[in-house]
Design a protein around this ligand. Structure first.
Ligand SMILES: *[C@@H]1O[C@H](CO)[C@@H](O)[C@H](O)[C@H]1NC(C)=O
Ligand SMILES: *[C@@H]1O[C@H](CO)[C@@H](O)[C@H](O)[C@H]1NC(C)=O
Ligand SMILES: *[C@@H]1O[C@H](CO)[C@@H](O)[C@H](O)[C@H]1NC(C)=O
Length: 360
């Protein structure tokens, strides 16, 4: 590969924006047995540390505000949305990566993440970054089920999976890297055809999880991707968010909602699987360019880096200048939110989690 393309990949490889966080409150009703997570860097707590890829962040300053300042492999200074969700549900403080070889059966039972930074619904997306494809994440789920079944028995394990909360967060890499940055997909798909293609892959993935026993599934919608620092920077001067990129997120979110509703109807008479979509678009947009931005000093570049518009992954490392107080930044690096942003996104997601817990 040419060095220019390498540079591009290094810079653009990853991800999405989702999530959120929180602490002391607990949901009243813990009818959910576990949290099982799939997707990309927005919800990968470090699986890539155990996978042969350069798409990793198991080094400082990542994890700077994590307990013990430990760089777990999360693409963040601290915790992710799914960590806040797990503690809200009273399951555990943080969701560990499934590939961590040291997990106890108790760790497994309360939930893990199978997600891999750089992954996406388009099979080509994971391939480009040499990360864990979604179908492989489903294979790991099947293996997880066997491990849990060997501890609690097969029937109990089936029930355990049926009662687990599934969270899926992916799609940003498909659009930001694969479609808008690299030439291959654009040569075959116009943007609306690509949105349709990705939604179809998302529905297939949903069906694959249901086939493994998933019954409560939360999909996170795409964020205003045109506002990611790395995307804004492509315009040259920072004159604002790139609307045609965010527009793809809005259109995709609408399609996804429709298709998951259809799937839910098709499954109603067989297994009653329920799909929920959480909106990350409005909450994040509000933090970047609405009233929510008042809580931040900087909304258009990451805390990590001189520029804050290109640095993430290997380009955000121990020699990179980093801001003093990440909580004043919407973004931690050129692509990913700070912990405080993830926490705000969690707050926005809470009503959805409450609905799942109530089964409504
Ligand atoms: C928890 O949920 C179950 C089933 O949805 C319901 O019967 C029960 O009353 C709820 N408990 C609380 C404390 O809300
Ligand atoms: C697993 O646990 C052992 C013993 O506590 C520790 O030495 C080792 O570093 C751990 N490995 C990983 C990958 O965390
Ligand atoms: C995009 O592609 C689809 C399928 O190839 C085609 O039906 C549609 O007319 C195209 N839309 C535009 C705006 O070119």
């Amino acid at each position: 590969m040419g060095s220019r393309l390498n540079y591009l990949l290094l810079n653009l490889l990853l991800l999405s924006v989702i999530s959120d966080a929180e602490g002391p409150q607990r949901a009243v009703n813990a009818s959910v047995t576990a949290i099982l997570v799939f997707g990309d860097s927005t919800v990968d707590p470090g699986n890539n540390d155990y996978w042969p890829t350069l798409v990793r962040t198991n080094f400082p300053p990542y994890g700077r505000d994590f307990p013990d300042h430990f760089p777990t492999g999360r693409f963040c200074n601290g915790r992710l949305t799914t960590d806040f969700v797990a503690s809200y549900m009273g399951l555990k403080e943080n969701v560990p990566p499934y590939l961590d070889p040291n997990l106890s059966i108790e760790d497994l039972k309360t939930g893990v993440s199978f997600a891999s930074a750089g992954s996406g619904f388009d099979p080509l997306t994971a391939k480009i970054s040499s990360v864990i494809p979604l179908p492989k994440q489903v294979e790991y789920l099947a293996e997880y089920k066997n491990r849990v079944a060997s501890a609690m028995g097969e029937q109990e394990a089936e029930h355990h999976i049926n009662q687990a909360l599934f969270v899926v967060s992916a799609g940003t890499n498909d659009f930001v890297i694969n479609y808008f940055t690299l030439p291959i997909r654009r040569a075959t798909f116009n943007i609306s055809a690509y949105e349709r293609f990705i939604v179809d892959r998302a529905v297939e993935f949903a069906q694959a999880l249901v086939d493994q026993g998933a019954r409560k599934l939360v999909f996170t919608g795409l964020s205003p991707m045109g506002c990611l620092p790395i995307v804004r920077a492509q315009k040259g001067l920072d004159v604002g968010c790139v609307d045609h990129v965010s527009e793809a997120a809005r259109d995709f979110n609408q399609l996804l909602q429709e298709e998951l509703n259809n799937l839910q109807e098709r499954l109603a008479s067989t297994n009653g699987a329920k799909f929920y979509i959480t909106d990350t678009y409005e909450p994040l947009n509000n933090m970047i360019q609405g009233p929510g931005s008042a809580a931040y000093d900087v909304v258009n570049r990451g805390c990590c880096g001189l520029l804050g518009t290109v640095e993430f992954g290997p380009l955000c490392n121990k020699d990179t200048p980093v801001c003093v107080d990440a909580s004043k930044f919407v973004f931690w690096d050129a692509v990913h939110p700070t912990e405080v942003t993830y926490n705000n996104l969690f707050e926005a997601m809470k009503p959805t989690i409450d609905r799942v817990l109530r089964g409504s």
